[in-house]
Ligand binder design. Sequence first.
Ligand SMILES: Nc1nc2c(ncn2[C@@H]2O[C@H](COP(=O)(O)OP(=O)(O)OP(=O)(O)O)[C@@H](O)[C@H]2O)c(=O)[nH]1
Ligand SMILES: [Mg+2]
Length: 428
Amino acid sequence: MDTIFALASAQGKAGVAVIRLSGPQSHHAARVLSGGELPLRGMRLRELRTPDGSRLDDGLVLTFEGPYSFTGEDVAEFQIHGSTASVNAVMHSLSEIRGLRLAEPGEFTRRALENGKMDLAQVEGLADLIDAETEAQRRQAQTILAGELGNLAERWRRDLIRAASLLEAVIDFADEEVPTDVSPEVRSLVAGVMDDLEREAQGVKIAERIRSGFEVAIVGPPNAGKSTLLNALAGRDAAITSEYAGTTRDIIEVRMDLAGLPVTLLDTAGLRETEDHVENLGIALARSRAENADLRVFLAEKPDDLGIAMKAGDIHVLPKSDLRVDDTPGVSGKTGQGIDRLIHNISSVLSGKTATSGIATRERHRVAMLKSLSALSDALIVLESGPDLYDIAAEELRTAIRALESLVGRVDVENLLDEIFASFCLGK
Ligand SMILES: Nc1nc2c(ncn2[C@@H]2O[C@H](COP(=O)(O)OP(=O)(O)OP(=O)(O)O)[C@@H](O)[C@H]2O)c(=O)[nH]1
Ligand SMILES: [Mg+2]
């Protein structure tokens, strides 16, 4: 096994940079640069020197002894001053030590997976945590990283193994008197797991939104003030605004953290009948993006003459509230009036949607759960035929169990690993 090293902290200037090593030579390499003995596990402040004696930096040297480390191997870390030149100098010295090489993206985590320090779902949770920008993303990633999907899968697996073994007991003792009918217990175990799986599979769609962001489209007639509103929400001039109707033609996207939820706001072309070819292209784009968005904000006097149907949860607000003489509530991108209430309304609709998210977060999880569900519903059908077909029912249960095992990477995942690790950054 090679010893690998990489910068674990971000590239660029920083107070401190962390360089991590993992593998059999990692403690040896740490001793070479820090000029002396190090504890198997612990921390020392040392002067770091190149193998031929010139000074690199002062730094903390941390050592971890496998298997009690992130990767499960012997690990060492240098915490040095975070300049590009200091990092490069230390990395260069490490590259000259025999048996050491630069890590590939995700390689530390891959070793942690291979050494059983984390399961595949936790690896995905870690990738999500590194990418997390908002509080909802952080919380969701932490749940997976803590191993909760693995725990859930383990509970389902135990129930299904119990169900399969009940059936097998009947098969094994087919010639003898079997005192009890096992099918009610099998049925109830299977139905319990199926309920959980259905709920979790449905929750994945929302969980994926938390990972990748909700889309909220602002729609309305030309000149309603959509672009002005987008700019006010974004806190910057992301879109051009003008008194000419038909200013916005492309979709303008602004990513923001809206009360802890990741949201991509879409400003769209004003909806109207027009002869202008380019404007019409923009209007068609506006309609299709608005249709597919998670939520639409209708900025219009009347939301129903726009040719886009309002769906449950959509929000209607009256435009340019600063110009109104009556006191009907509305919003003004110009004065900021009503913006807080609009943000509150958007975030409460989206938070309402997140309530149905479960623990599973990815399409991969959903596919595995659906596969398991379909085998379980087949098993229930076969069970109806009585003990003669119990062997077939048991086989269906085993198929369902294998599908669940793929959630945490016990089986059938070799082909997935490259894809999952491709999303990792260097040094993780
Ligand atoms: N008084 C007032 N004027 C506004 C408000 N919002 C926008 N305006 C003005 O109305 C005009 C149109 O604003 P935009 O934000 O470009 O409108 P839009 O809906 O994006 O228009 P299109 O891109 O053409 O569809 C501009 O002159 C803005 O300054 C508002 O809340 N109050
Ligand atoms: Mg506009």
